[in-house]
Ligand binder design. Structure first.
Ligand SMILES: Cc1ncc(COP(=O)(O)O)c(C=O)c1O
Length: 383
């Protein structure tokens, strides 16, 4: 059964859509950048209409309902109790990561990330004059796992931060309590700060049917968790990335005081529409979110069924996100991204995530479009 909320999607050509304009004029279905082709939750739209009717859009600090709505959402969804005073509105999770590099590490200090990973995790340390240390995730059966020995070996006297992507993009991995506790122990031993990007934490695909649940890193009962910084946003789940509103949860008062200055003048205020959308999503978006997850779960099955029948392709099913990470190395095709594009499928290139031979497929589109995308995936690797 196709849910009508997720079947009639507006035309996005000519709207400045990064996703759709990349191959403008060509018959390429874009399944790359992480936004969805679905209209947002009607509850979010209603809040936006109401804010527009107000008619004044001056410089805006965090409105009074912003932090409390996030706190209530995190408590309800994840059992994560935060102090609303620790919340700072930011224009995006990526700017938030960039700030932490400047706030908590000095020039040439090192930041650890698990790879393959969302490209800014690879690029931002260098852009800030800090160093990236890569710790590869390992494919173990039906899961991507952390090699904790490799992680421990990667820590040097210059390491300051661990940037956790939790759940992990592009593999869709939900890290377990055991993993998080081992990371916390390591961070504590070496006085590292964990920065946990939890932008995907409301898109776990099986948590309502007994599958893994999201455990916020900062919710652990552990000293390293009490000083961790958490970055969240409504943008992935409610498809409002272009409204540029996210939140940093910063427990340390001194870090909160220095937060904006660490942006070096490049950290604009959040816009009033972004705040309106975020608050509505967190307060009223649960029913829509559940319907979205049901669609994504069905789509994941479609993608996995397809991948399993295309010789040479392999994929570990994502536990979260609407992204499928596909290993194309078994096809013998030297440039899988080029092969997909030639077949009319605009995937994300694994090279951008530090993993040549892989592509990432965004399955958050209407079901018939996904069916056509999967036909093109097959065509890309037909011998
Ligand atoms: C792990 C992760 N962090 C951050 C972002 C982007 O965050 P923002 O648009 O809030 O800067 C994305 C977008 O795909 C992501 O996957």
């Amino acid at each position: 059964m196709i849910d009508p909320l997720f079947s009639a999607c507006p035309e996005r050509h000519g709207t400045g859509s990064e996703k759709w304009d990349r191959w403008a004029g060509r018959d390429v279905i874009p399944v790359w950048v992480a936004d969805m082709d679905f209209r947002t939750d009607p509850a979010v739209l209603a809040a936006l209409h109401e804010r527009v009717e107000h008619g004044v859009f001056g410089y805006t600090d965090d409105p009074p309902g912003f932090a409390p709505s996030l706190a209530a959402h995190l408590l309800r969804r994840h059992g994560f109790a935060i102090d609303p005073d620790h919340v700072r509105g930011i224009t995006g999770v990526v700017p938030g990561l960039a700030v932490t590099a400047r706030l908590l590490a000095a020039a040439d200090d090192e930041i650890i990330s698990f790879t393959p990973v969302y490209p800014p995790f690879l690029n931002l340390p260098g852009a800030a004059g800090r160093k990236l240390t890569r710790v590869p995730l390992v494919a173990a059966g039906d899961r991507w796992v952390i090699d904790h020995d490799a992680l421990a070996a990667a820590v040097s006297p210059r390491t300051r931060l661990i940037w956790l992507c939790h759940p992990h993009n592009p593999t869709g991995t939900v890290f377990s309590a055991a993993d998080l506790l081992r990371i916390a122990d390591l961070a504590d031993r070496h006085d590292l700060t964990v920065i946990s990007d939890e932008i995907w934490s409301d898109l776990l695909l099986d948590d309502d049917v007994g599958g893994p649940r999201h455990l916020p890193f900062a919710s652990l009962d552990h000293p390293a968790a009490r000083r961790a910084i958490t970055l969240v946003a409504p943008s992935k789940t409610w498809n409002v990335a272009g409204l540029c509103c996210a939140a940093a949860i910063v427990p340390d008062p001194d870090q909160r005081r220095r937060w904006r200055a660490a942006g070096g003048g490049l950290l604009p205020m959040v816009n009033s529409l972004g705040y309106a959308a975020a608050e509505a999503a967190w307060r009223h978006g649960e029913a829509w979110r559940q319907r979205l997850v049901a669609v994504l779960r069905a789509h994941r099955q479609m993608v996995m069924d397809s991948v399993a029948t295309i010789p040479g392709l392999a994929s570990i099913p994502p536990q979260a996100t609407y992204l499928v990470w596909i290993d194309c190395r078994g096809t013998g095709v030297a440039d899988p991204q080029a092969a997909c594009e030639a077949a009319g499928l605009g995937t994300s290139d694994g090279r951008d995530f530090g993993a040549p031979g892989f592509v990432r497929l965004n399955m958050a589109c209407p079901t018939p479009r996904l069916e056509e995308a999967l036909r093109r995936l097959r065509r890309a690797f037909a011998r």
